[in-house]
Design a protein around this ligand. Structure first.
Ligand SMILES: [Zn+2]
Length: 117
């Protein structure tokens, strides 16, 4: 089992057994560096990839105000983490794993409530 340290936080591997995924931050050969992001999973339809929504603000110069925006981030979802729609997850920045994927799900902070979907 391997645990990883990012930004002073220690994240334990979710399971001891190798999940067989090369793009897993715990059992594969990707390393996490850079940004950490917390977001909510909005789609888990792709194989081993989830779409995570992140809330942010954008400045609108004309009105000198901020507008709320939602950014979509594609993140790799290793089998040992296995996040689903509605889960609040922690993402770590990695190397580019696919055309639009350069984040990986490190852990599920809060599970989606049962039947809330
Ligand atoms: Zn794994």
């Amino acid at each position: 089992m391997r645990s990883i340290v990012v930004g002073g936080q220690v994240i334990e591997a979710p399971q001891k057994e190798d999940c067989g995924d090369k793009k897993c931050p715990f059992h594969g050969n990707v390393t996490v560096h850079g940004q950490l992001i917390v977001g909510r999973v909005i789609s888990d339809k792709m194989q081993r990839t989830v779409v995570v929504a992140r809330e942010g603000t954008k400045r609108v110069p004309k009105y000198k105000r901020y507008m709320r925006v939602t950014y979509k981030i594609h993140a790799h979802n290793p089998p040992c983490v296995n996040a689903h729609v509605g889960d609040i997850v922690l993402l770590g920045e990695t190397r580019k794993l696919a055309k639009t994927v350069n984040y990986v799900v490190l852990k599920i902070i809060k599970k989606a409530e049962e039947g809330a979907q």
